[in-house]
Design a binder for this molecule. Sequence first.
Ligand code: GTR
Length: 325
Amino acid sequence: MLHFSRLAGATLLAAALMAGTASAQTVLRSSDTHPDGYPTVEAVKYFGELVKEGTAGRYSVDVYHSAQLGEEKDTIEQVRSGVIDLNRVSMAPFNGLIPETTVPSLPYIFRSEDHMHKVMDGPVGDQIAAAFEQVGLVLLAFYDGGARSFYNSKKPINTVADMAGLKFRVIQSDIFVDMVAALGANATPMPYGEVYSAIETGVIDGAENNFPSYDTAKHAEVAKHYSLDEHTMVPEAFVMAKSSWDKLTPEDQAIFKAAAKESVAKQRELWAAKVKESRAKVEAAGSQITTPDKQPFIDAMGPVYEKHVKDDKLKAMVEAIRAVQ
Ligand code: GTR
């Protein structure tokens, strides 16, 4: 007994000493809807390793993948209120909260992946990043989310007319609802985790996403027709709660920023490989991929731009993006 309490006392003393020194360890929690191994999950893990190394173990990151902490909309609230420290989410669910995120979420705003990288790595990207502060967040990195395209269980889509009457799940953003309406189909915004069973039970006919999501969320099992219309190229956002960020010293903030930057290069590499791998996998499993002429899809987007790009600030951003070569 005596021995036990002495031991406990020693442990307490050691803990108290550690808390008072720079060697105390803070474990930051990060959320992601995707499963372990997905490029965004791996990039945030890599970020965590760099942070741990750079701060000599004072900070580390635990990634809660597979929506363990909830669906994206809920986790956005959690990181805004500081319940979780970090979050990797698509930019589209921020559209109603941060007007600047509307612009990179617009259909066909980017001409290519290369164009998207140049924009997000340049002044427009900086402007969008700065806007996250309005809602209590610090934008650490933009990651690749590739191009999103429609897929469904009913029929191949080769033209805009083929979209008529189909019911698609869309990501939770009004831009996506209006885009689907402009193409003559019906949109139902719903959380990512509900899509598989909604297609399986026929509540919806399909959804829209990139190859890695279509593959890893197993949507390819229930919606075999994938049409490469590539309507959006919404970048992913990796954000930190402002309240957690403000606890860091300026030196540590610089370490976090540098780690985030390095994780971008890593994520882009992993992403490119995953797109190829997922596409090959779904094709081998029987998905039918069609490549419609994109121009009529682009031409149908007028009403979406009219409704969502109203004020001068957003108009200037659209212009600036178009001017990037
Ligand atoms: C994926 C994206 C996720 C999530 C998902 C969705 O492409 O990486 O963060 O937004 O789409 O459609 O809900």
